[in-house]
Design a protein around this ligand. Structure first.
Ligand code: NAD
Length: 406
């Protein structure tokens, strides 16, 4: 992650988009300012951690967004991620506002007991402010179903009732949804397919930076769909084989050794190299600010599928635009995750659960609609998909605010 302030970057893009959306200044000012910012200390037996939750905008529904556990989590990052959640939920047209949470910690150096203590500490601090109709957290970087289970359990103990719709990304046994684990990547695939159709691009080579939850599933789905995934990476570095990687074998290697490096039959590359490969599709799927003014002119992909949140800085965005590179922006590309989180919440509220086919079918429809709406907005104003997605989101959020008389 670079030194840029991602919140300032999010605002810059919104202001630029508003030249086309034409939202009134006072409404735009309200959209930019997060509604609530919670910062608190989590005390475990041995240590203190800084915890966060930013509740950005709730005009369209309860706040919705993940919780990130990472040493570099800070307030500007959480504010940016919360803002993008409001925009993303509007682009995907699901009835939520946006929020995001985090804890500055390094899960790789923590015991399971410590991780549980931090998760329960986060829930204790936030219990008065979350809930199925208030704010619905979910996983993000370094958090998973187990952590959601601990948070839900602590929250339910405090409020004294079962409320599975208070958290999404739960294990199936606690009311999770089938298909949630792969949803972000499955949605990314549906969006990519539509974008390729609309721009007359053919299947071809792919590089994926960040083979975590999102990148791993994306690699698997694209491999199955006969794309040639030639390079993948994780925090320790990447691997490259121009003939294409055997993705199921790479995933097995990573599971066994903890890293993709050392996979036989591929050469090692750095996380900078992977971004600059001569591939058709580049999918940054790790953290923000990896494509910047410093490397944008060396990017050779034809299409960038932003699976991570905020991987491209505004300066880089401009450079890529002049090079004619198509960017499918994060708030569209990775909106499949929150869409299936929404399906999970719907199922929790109804107490009735769908099969995987039903989830995937509904996800495909939502993603196709989201792509079509962004594409139409881009065509209408002759602007990039990023600006178009921001325009669409601004219009939808502003409309809800006006209806509420905000
Ligand atoms: P994750 O923790 O499962 O995976 C992150 C991966 O990135 C790991 O493999 C890690 O090794 C790798 N990584 C970390 N630093 C790196 C670096 N400097 N270079 C290359 N790789 C690096 O997290 P995730 O859930 O897959 O999330 C990845 C991104 O997708 C984040 O930006 C997140 O906000 C976004 N996202 C996730 C979801 C979701 O459903 N999980 C939904 C929408 C967006």
């Amino acid at each position: 992650m670079g030194k840029e302030n991602p919140f300032e970057n999010a605002i810059k893009t919104l202001q630029q988009a508003n030249e086309f959306a034409g939202v009134k200044d006072e409404i735009l000012a309200k959209i930019i300012k997060p509604e609530n910012i919670h910062q608190f200390t989590i005390q475990t037996a041995g240590k203190k951690y800084q915890g966060y939750r930013v509740q950005h905008n709730s005009a369209r529904g309860p706040y919705k967004g993940g919780i990130r556990f990472h040493p570099q989590v800070d307030i500007n990052e959480v504010k940016a991620l919360a803002t993008w959640m409001s925009l993303k939920c509007a682009v995907a047209d699901i009835p939520y506002g946006g929020g995001k949470g985090g804890v500055a910690c390094n899960p790789k150096e923590m015991t399971e007991a410590e991780l549980q203590a931090v998760s329960r500490g986060w829930a204790k601090a936030m219990a008065p402010h979350i809930g199925a109709w208030k704010d619905v957290p979910a996983p993000d970087v370094n958090t998973d179903g187990q952590i959601m289970a601990w948070i839900l359990d602590e929250y339910e103990k405090i409020v004294g009732r079962k409320e599975p719709g208070a958290i999404t990304g739960k294990p199936l046994e606690l009311g999770g949804s089938l298909g949630r684990d792969k949803a972000t990547s499955q949605g990314g695939f549906f969006i990519l397919r539509e974008a390729m159709k609309a721009n007359k691009l053919k299947h071809n080579t792919v590089a994926i930076q960040g083979l975590g939850n999102v990148g791993g599933w994306l690699a698997e789905i694209l491999h199955k769909e006969k794309f040639k995934v030639v390079a993948v990476s994780d925090s320790r570095g990447g691997i490259y084989n121009e003939k294409g990687l055997d993705i199921p074998a790479v995933l097995k290697h990573k599971e066994m050794t903890g890293a993709v490096l050392g996979f036989p039959g591929a050469k090692g590359i750095t996380n900078d190299d992977i971004l600059e490969l001569n591939v058709e599709i580049l999918a940054p799927s790790a953290l923000e600010n990896v494509i910047t003014g410093a490397n944008a002119d060396r990017i050779r992909a034809k299409l960038i599928l932003e699976m991570a949140n905020g991987p491209t800085t505004p300066e880089a965005d401009k450079i890529l635009g002049t090079k004619g590179i198509i960017i499918i922006p994060d708030i569209l590309a990775n909106s499949g995750g929150v869409t299936v989180s929404y399906f999970e919440w719907v199922q929790n509220l109804a107490g009735y659960y769908w099969d995987l086919e039903e989830v995937d079918k509904r996800l495909e429809k939502k993603m196709n609609n989201a792509f079509d709406a962004v594409h139409a907005t881009a065509q209408k104003h002759k602007i990039s998909y990023r600006l178009a997605a921001n325009v669409l989101a601004l219009e939808r959020i502003a409309k809800a605010m006006e209806l509420r008389g905000w």
